[in-house]
Design a protein around this ligand. Sequence first.
Ligand code: T4K
Length: 403
Amino acid sequence: MTLPKTRLADLALLGGSRAFPGTLYVGRPNLGDRRRLHERLDEILDRRWLTNQGPCVLEFEERLAALAGVPHCLAVCNATVGLEILLRATELRGEVIVPSFTFIATVHALHTVGLTPVFCDVDPATHSLDHRRVAELITPRTAGILAVHLWGRAAAVDELTVLAERHGLTLLFDAAHALHASSHGRPVGGFGRAEVFSFHGTKFVNSFEGGAITTHDAALAERLRLHRNFGFAGYDHVVSPGTNGKMSEIAAAMGLTSLDAMPDFVGVNARNYAAYQAGLANLPGLELFPYDPAERNNYQYVVLTLDAARTGLSRDLLVRALQAENVLARRYFHPGCHRMEPYRTLQPRAGGTLPVTERLADSVFALPTGTAVDPAAIAALCDLLRFLLAHGPALTAAAPPAP
Ligand code: T4K
């Protein structure tokens, strides 16, 4: 049961009752078939093989490789470590061009391995790297490009591939959001030198914590295997630097169970996305991030852009008002990596070259979706948004100061 709003004073931010009795989260995990998960866990315990490339991990890797259309897939403990391992194995030195409008892990991975992130602006239509801006940033110091398929919509793969080839750069993709997505009909996972997926609990396919690196490059895959496992080429035989980036069997069991249900999860996300599209149609000042219907999409993020000038309501106040109603909308990816430490201090002028990023970081927010959200809740949430936007200037005048 949700409580509709009729007067401004009904808003929870202004002292009214919360619209939703239970909290709606962005990133509430999808759970697959519990019985099958429990069976897999029993099998793991019966085998007493808990990690180090056990049968669940090997099956997970095989299934992911098939989905990505690549010969090599390495499951890892999370995408952040996956990115670090990949960057170390490629032995890049110098600068890497990267978006600032991404989750901080993309940029931290570069910093952690001693590479210098060069922030590049994004395309306002796709929220991913603007290849024209990338071209302007290439110098003799540039070693590579780390692009992100943001929100699961493929980045400008073809244009970036041409650029990288022309300048002899290593092209890598952070595909944390993009399992099941395609670019010109080809699956994400096989682009550039390698791609990295995330299976964190908040991703539509999850392994509690986890990630995977996919590549066509056999020699790179071999180096990645060494880097993932302390550099061991056999018992007591270390031939390269390395870390512990392995995925455990229990994580892979969840990953497999999640993959079994992937078609259902995509179906629910697509249904929810369509419900938001219908519920928010013709609402001036609020734009739903579009997925390309000609491609395969996972629809795992419902992302909106608010025009504060047009609605008389800032994104931050809108998010506060929603959170007060028990809708934990998120300001992904505020304030932009270049405005976070250590980059804010290291590159204090970066913002001047990132006008689209700065605008998006201050106007974008994400709404709940996934199997924990049903169409009735989405309809009520869309009504709430319509009410908030209809009262933008009045709410701005009446709202208590942000804590
Ligand atoms: N590259 C990109 C582009 C990424 O987006 C990410 C991660 C990475 C790389 C790195 O991947 P991993 O190393 O994590 O594999 C979340 C996730 O923690 C993060 O994985 C994800 N991107 C990012 C977009 O979102 P936060 O800081 O927003 O919040 P978190 O994880 O605390 O959870 C968000 C919401 O989900 C909460 O409101 C509560 C709910 N939740 C969360 C968990 C974990 C649940 O209901 N149950 C849960 O078990 O980062």
